[in-house]
Design a protein around this ligand. Sequence first.
Ligand code: RIB
Length: 291
Amino acid sequence: MKILNYGSMNIDNVYQMDHMIQPGETQMASAKNVFAGGKGLNQSIAIAKAGGAVYHAGVVGEDGAILMDTLTRGGVDTRYIKHMSGPSGHTVIQVDKNGQNSIIVFAGENMRVLEEDIANVLSGFEKGDLLILQNELDNSPTIMRMASERGMTIVFNPSPVNEGLKHYPLECVDWFLLNEIEGKALTQETDPEKILAALKVQYPKANVVLTLGGDGAFCVRGDEKVFQPIFPVKAVDTTAAGDTFTGYFVTGISKGDDLPTVMKRAAKASSIAVSRPGAADSIPYASEVEI
Ligand code: RIB
């Protein structure tokens, strides 16, 4: 089984703040760092660091060297990445003294995924291969539909939530990996059990991983249900914690590992990422994820 991640790549401009800036407020940042990020890139790095072989597809701009270097150093296959002359996707991220973040995303060249590019990329994949998608890329519904027509297994992380989600052919999804906010957007429910139940009714063939922040995570696959608590750590920067969980989870299921082990490893890897600054750089290698 080959793993294809068709996903965003962003240059993260990370500002260390005392607290999240309020409307009308001006505040000095105590530090600024530039990291490689983007939900897509982070998840590819997490898959590779977890020991999976992953192809990343998407678009970088003229300033994309940091993104390409990070993917290459991380062991990700970059042959399906298109290079354009505009700006790459970038973000402005505030991290407060408790390690919490807020993120502004400018999509840049992530918005230049054309239907012909998608057809070219997908021609390298076949039935049974796995596609992972997030919600930060142009034309993702088309990618999902075309990959499903090829018989690929579709893993969807509907992050970040926006109106565009309404246009996804979600009946194609085999795995939803989502948090409570995304679960609410898809089901209008807030209680975790009700979110899981509603997803089962709306998308009967889909398996689900529902992450609940500090309250752990559920996985429901057919009749199997696993709950995994978090590994408590002091939060330094929560950026990419969910992406780390997703990448480790996808690697585990692609290898056919048992669900409780897959969930435990994903939670442990995510907790390590939270204890370190940055996005892709904060993701641990499998050798660091002892469970
Ligand atoms: O999930 C974290 C990521 O979200 C950051 O790296 C940022 O680029 C945004 O896409």
